[in-house]
Design a protein around this ligand. Structure first.
Ligand SMILES: NC(=O)c1ccc[n+]([C@@H]2O[C@H](COP(=O)([O-])OP(=O)(O)OC[C@H]3O[C@@H](n4cnc5c(N)ncnc54)[C@H](OP(=O)(O)O)[C@@H]3O)[C@@H](O)[C@H]2O)c1
Length: 243
């Protein structure tokens, strides 16, 4: 039987690395993205040709909950696809100073990080196979308070709480739910930070470096395939808290 996984924000960064890790093991993929059509098409064709799996790329911005949830659900329904896992990975941030945050931006971050995955899951939970799972991308910043983005830290804490609260709601579906809380993963999200800030981060990590996307991707695969993990948030931070 074909194995299918849906990854939101699956065309770049952590999502793309998870896609690659799963494609290597023969999973077929549905990847969503927000706006970069060219990168999405590149990810789709590269993964399909390197690993011989079917890969679909869907432009479905978390910002528009009604439209994107409907689009994803229709895509799955029309092809009669049943999923082994959903990776709720796409996320947004807002780095404005506390004094300058506009409620529209605060709301945008909540919509993308918390509201969208809840309502996507509500719509497609019946398409997850029994024994399947949902994996959320949380963040170390949802555990360790920080001073860069209030909305980001609060929404990622909410994501961790969502994981634990969903466990009981997903029992009737025989679906597990877990989260990964990455520390600092070397994606575009981090690469665009000034060199001095990157050095400060490296100094705080016990291993002295950023995490490679491939390293964190293996944790998602483990959470999909290990059938006893449920309600866990796995921190992958290179020992950030221990230095
Ligand atoms: N990198 C880190 O250090 C780190 C640490 C902890 C947690 N995280 C979390 O990991 C997740 C992925 O981050 P990343 O570093 O891999 O980012 P990234 O390299 O910037 O990749 C972002 C991916 O998500 C898609 N995306 C962004 N906003 C979206 C939206 N509103 N709707 C649908 N898709 C959207 C992008 O599509 P387009 O290319 O079309 O925009 C792209 O495919 C986020 O939830 C982030 O909070 C990252």
């Amino acid at each position: 039987m074909e194995k299918w996984v849906l990854i939101t924000g699956g065309t770049k960064g952590i999502g793309r690395a998870v896609a690659e890790c799963l494609a290597k093991s023969g999973y077929q993929l549905v990847l969503t993205f927000a706006s970069d059509v060219e990168a999405a098409e590149r990810a789709r064709t590269e993964l399909a040709s390197h690993y011989g799996v079917e890969v679909h790329a869907l432009q479905a911005d978390n910002a528009d909950i009604t439209m994107s949830v409907e689009l994803i659900n229709r895509h799955l329904e029309e092809r009669q696809l049943y999923l082994d896992a959903i990776i709720m990975n796409a996320g947004q941030t807002c780095r404005d100073a506390f004094e300058e945050i506009r409620w529209e931006d605060w709301e945008r971050v909540f919509r993308a990080n918390v509201h969208f995955p809840v309502f996507l899951l509500q719509r497609v939970v019946g398409r997850i196979r029994k024994g399947g799972s949902v994996v959320f991308t949380g963040s170390l910043m949802g555990i360790e308070p920080h001073s860069v983005s209030l909305a980001y830290g609060v929404t990622k804490s909410a994501v961790h709480s969502l994981v634990r609260n969903l466990v009981k709601f997903l029992v009737p579906y025989e679906v597990r739910v877990n989260g990964v809380a990455p520390g600092f993963v070397d994606t575009e999200w981090q690469k665009t930070k000034p060199a001095e800030i990157r050095r400060n981060i490296e100094r705080k990590v016990a291993l002295g470096r950023f995490c490679e996307p491939e390293e964190v991707a293996e944790v998602y695969k483990m959470l999909i395939e290990n059938k006893y993990f449920n309600g866990e948030i796995v921190v992958v931070d290179g020992g950030y808290s221990y230095k």
